[in-house]
Ligand binder design. Sequence first.
Ligand code: AMP
Ligand code: MG
Length: 338
Amino acid sequence: MKRFLGIFITGLLLLTLCGCDSGAVRVQTATDVVMGTVVTIKLYTTESEDLTGELLALLGRLEEDELSRRLPSSEVYRLNSSEHGREQQVSEGLGKTLERCAKIGTASGGALDITMGAVVQLWDIDHYADCPEEFMRPEKSEIAQALSTCGWEKISLSESAQSITLEPNTVLDLGAVGKGIALDRILAYLEGKPAVSGAVISVGGSVLTYGCKPDNSAWRIGITDPFDTSDVCGYLLLEGTKCVSTSGNYERYVEVDGVHYHHILDPKTGEPVQNGLASVTIVSSDGFLSDALSTACYVTGEEKGLKLTERYGCQAMFVSEDGLLRMTEGFRQLFEPK
Ligand code: AMP
Ligand code: MG
């Protein structure tokens, strides 16, 4: 009888704890390296079926089949190595992505530029961040040569975004939007799983919050402190489904002779952006937007970036190299400083 009472009380407790659903809520967690970055998953679900493996596999496929610039199996790789100057078919998913990138590219005055692959390859900060002793600063002439293959005019998308033509030597690089697209794919997956009442998923610098926690409290998302990446500069308190992306000069970089070379490149100069910013964080209900805008706003700087985020109905925080935190009013309402 005592045992029965114990089970009954535990059941009641779980029902009370679970604000979103009436079943017993289980927590599923996983951490792995996918898409070249650390992915952490926490799901609240009323079913015992483990979903974390499927989510990790979904991200792996996104990289392998669509977005990777390095894996020969991906669509982006196929386009980059196809005969340039000739129209190439693109999948519906990639077509939509390219279309959205083009719109933000234009709206940001060219700050977001996914045709910068040749310049990204030339600096290869992703590689040198792991082995700085090998770093060689590209020559001005090499940068100029690589830059001559970049720009939105170097690609033409067909009306319905079913095909693309690349100018000779133009290389696509979707590194600025990949993690945001990952969040959108995860969101679509979770929306098809009614047993999942809440989730928080981080793909590198981008985080998705979904649904609610069992106790109905807000999701508390730490924003990395650019000056001490083991710490946070504050927390976002978020309700429901939100996407948070941060672009920062601390993510992938190499420091040589006191110069900090990082992975976000200025399409005007072909060099790492130097505009006094250390990081930009964007909150949106759309993963792609949060990621695309965090990179674009990092490049444009605060003034133009604020206009851009306003135009897209997103919230933003700019952290300057001298440690100042500036944010939109909407961001301030969600932000808890450290
Ligand atoms: P993120 O961390 O989202 O800001 O994206 C940075 C990545 O996007 C880099 O590692 C490059 O692959 C790529 N990238 C760098 N600069 C730009 C740019 N101005 N526009 C588009 N992609 C860029
Ligand atoms: Mg980005």
